[in-house]
Write a protein that binds this ligand. Structure first.
Ligand SMILES: [Zn+2]
Ligand SMILES: [Zn+2]
Length: 425
């Protein structure tokens, strides 16, 4: 029927007929008209802009070098590690010196004062082990809570060459990450339902493969050492920062402190820059792990999904606003919570291939990356597509997928409740 035909208009640049769908941007695939109508991202600070530029260059270089570039553990990450260990050695030195002064100067006031100052500084600068800190409302799952989910994680871990995790934290937004916590370096996977719920079973395996790949490649260990060193250095810069509105003596002290202050700041910037290339390399390698676990096709699909989930937080906010304005009654809010993740999955599932194509072009045009630790998404996608294709090693059965969904049911409703209640604000 005439009315069922999708609307179309002529491209103002080349005259090609382009489809019009009010839910998405109207653009022309033939000449590229209106591919990227969104405003360019807001400029960050100067240092962050330099970081991003450098990160992008590393990402492009690693892409150009291909498999050889990824196989080589580069000098910069070795240097970064050495520098970080040196920073921690200084902290240890302070602690040792403080103890020595306390012991040798026992009973004297100056001995106590200096010893405690040194020890106190060392305590403040000490490396921290992450903690499993969550807000009260973020569900934390352990093995007994979700044996099927942990089983799938174990299976993927075995394929990428590592062990599984000790806890899974369920969040709302469209992201996922891994880290360690506690002195025994336990492992935690953070899983955002805004991402998990819109993925197909094999894309979920690819996501797990990518995240667990970071453990297999030692990124979290490396990351913790460097991260703690960066933290110590920032504290040093803070300690050495000039006194505002100085008196005559303080002004003199400020001058004296300028040299160590800039030296420490220099080390801080250097360490940060040294880690950028390693971070990009880690992402490519994690993508490779995703392909080994879930197949190259699934890993590429995941990459495409990452482009469209940019709209998820907006969708969640819209759901929250709608539920709160529609009615103050508890009944309608319950309803909004109950169907939240299914509606989200449906909406993301309905994004047409044309919109994927547009977002891929935007990603390539902007050299867009998730953030400065990730290579541009279009390069990650091309690397996967151009490398030797992997078949799937882990194929969850329908029963397993349903069982995992059932295990997550409680978390789904808890997180949905929080989204409907808080996201409108
Ligand atoms: Zn055109
Ligand atoms: Zn990653």
């Amino acid at each position: 029927m005439e009315s069922e035909r999708p609307a179309a208009k002529a491209c103002p640049d080349c005259g090609q007929s382009v489809p019009v769908d009010p839910r998405f941007v109207t653009w022309c695939a033939a000449c590229g008209w209106n591919v990227d109508p969104g405003a360019p991202e807001a400029p960050e600070g100067r240092l962050e802009a330099v970081r991003r530029r450098l990160a992008r260059r590393h990402g492009e270089q690693l892409f150009a070098e291909g498999a050889d570039g990824l196989a080589r553990k580069d000098a910069s990450s070795v240097l970064a590690r050495a520098l970080a260990l040196l920073v921690h050695a200084v902290t240890l030195g302070l602690a040792v010196a403080g103890t020595a002064v306390l012991v040798s100067g026992i009973g004297t006031f100056s001995g106590w004062a200096l010893g405690l100052l040194l020890l106190g500084t060392a305590v403040v600068l000490r490396p921290r082990f992450g903690s499993l800190s969550t807000t009260v409302e973020e569900p934390v799952l352990h093995r007994a809570d979700a044996p099927q989910l942990f089983g799938l994680i174990d299976e993927v871990a075995a394929v990428v060459g590592t062990r599984g995790v000790d806890a899974v934290v369920i969040e709302a937004d469209a992201n996922a990450s891994v880290s360690t916590y506690g002195i025994r370096q336990r492992r935690v996977l953070r899983l955002g339902l805004g991402l998990w719920e819109v993925l197909t079973p094999r894309q979920r395996v690819a996501l797990l493969g990518h995240e667990l790949g970071h453990y297999a490649n030692g990124d979290t260990r490396h990351g913790a050492i460097v991260h703690n060193a960066l933290r110590s250095l920032s504290l040093w810069v803070y300690f050495l920062s000039p006194t505002p509105n100085p008196t005559m003596t303080e002004r003199f002290a400020n001058y004296l402190m300028a040299v160590p202050r800039w030296a420490v700041y220099g080390v801080l910037v250097l360490l940060d820059q040294l880690t950028l290339r390693a971070a990009q390399r880690a992402e490519y390698l994690a993508d490779e792990a995703a392909a080994r676990a879930a197949s190259t096709d699934a890993a590429v699909e995941l990459m495409d999904k990452l482009l469209v989930v940019g709209s998820v937080s907006l969708e969640l906010r819209r759901e929250s606003v709608a539920a709160q304005t529609k009615s103050r009654g508890a009944g309608s809010r319950d309803e909004a919570e109950r169907g939240l993740w299914d509606r989200l999955a449906e909406r993301i599932g309905a994004v047409p291939e044309r919109e994927y194509e547009r977002l891929r072009r935007v990603a390539a045009l902007r050299g867009h990356a998730v953030d400065s630790t990730h290579p541009p998404t279009h390069l990650r996608r091309r690397r996967l597509a151009e490398a030797a294709a992997h078949p799937a090693s882990v194929r969850p059965t329908e029963d397993a997928t349903a069982a995992i969904d059932a295990e997550l049911a409680g978390s789904r409703s808890r997180v949905a409740r929080r989204v409907i209640r808080d996201y409108a604000g």
